[in-house]
Design a protein around this ligand. Structure first.
Ligand SMILES: [Fe+2]
Length: 244
């Protein structure tokens, strides 16, 4: 059984397109989206149209929830300077798009044919805003992951790929399709984007269980041209990311 995990697309359809092409070459059985699908980037509608085509599992991220309830943006840890982008995105979505986002799940469980159980989420099993990193202290990991049947956990939200074994548990992050960060986000330290898309494939066959943290190049010039013609409030930030 092979599952692709994609997260944090953030309205970057150009990156999503490249990732979907790569996934199609990998013959997966299922695609699971770990949240933060549309806000921030220039092509929210095209992202949702693409997601709808593959009949996947869709988990809600803090940005998805803020799209549905923009008055809660602060509580959902959406920085104040990003709120205009949130509203720009909302103005472009149709009622079908909102209904689709409302159908996203909080978490999703998978049992692989060999009995290994996995739990998928956005931030942590109980929160869309918890950030789990390679440096998260063990006592914090105990708080997030003890008491579950699952032994494999996968989320997004940090925008940084991670493979961390903790005791008998495996804690994973598939990275970000549309907004891969160079360094972990910290307040006062604006993120800088890497010029590629990230996602993960988990493969279980027979006794083997493997995790492939993948990196896919996408057409930066095409994305820049989409940003330039979008009228997105955050246009300058996007353009700065890809200045040569
Ligand atoms: Fe995100």
């Amino acid at each position: 059984m092979r599952i692709a995990f994609i997260s944090d697309i953030h309205g970057n359809f150009t990156a999503l397109e490249a990732v979907i092409k790569d996934i199609k070459s990998q013959r997966v059985d299922q695609i699971i989206s770990l949240g933060d699908t549309v806000s921030l980037g220039p092509q929210p509608r095209k992202v949702l149209d693409e997601l709808r085509t593959f009949n996947g599992i869709y988990i809600v991220g803090n940005h998805d929830e803020a799209i549905l309830a923009p008055e809660r943006a602060g509580q959902l840890e959406i920085a104040e300077h990003l709120v205009p982008d949130l509203h720009w995105c909302r103005e472009r979505l149709t009622s079908e798009d909102f209904e689709f986002i409302k159908s996203f799940k909080n978490t999703h469980e998978v049992t692989f044919p060999n009995g290994v159980q996995l739990l998928a989420f956005h931030g942590s099993p109980t929160s869309r805003t918890d950030i789990i990193q390679a440096t998260t202290p063990p006592e914090q990991l105990e708080k997030y992951f003890s008491g579950y049947e699952a032994s494999v956990f996968i989320g997004g939200h940090s925008h940084i790929q991670m493979h961390r074994r903790y005791g008998k548990l495996l804690i994973l992050n598939s990275g970000s399709v549309g907004n891969a960060f160079e360094f972990a986000f910290s307040p006062g330290n604006p993120p800088h984007l890497l010029p590629w898309a990230e996602y993960a494939i988990i493969d279980q066959s027979g006794d083997s269980f493997s995790v492939d943290l993948r990196r896919v190049k996408f057409d930066i010039e095409k994305l820049v041209s989409e940003v330039e013609k979008s009228g997105l409030p955050g246009t300058n930030w996007w353009l700065q990311q890809y200045q040569k």
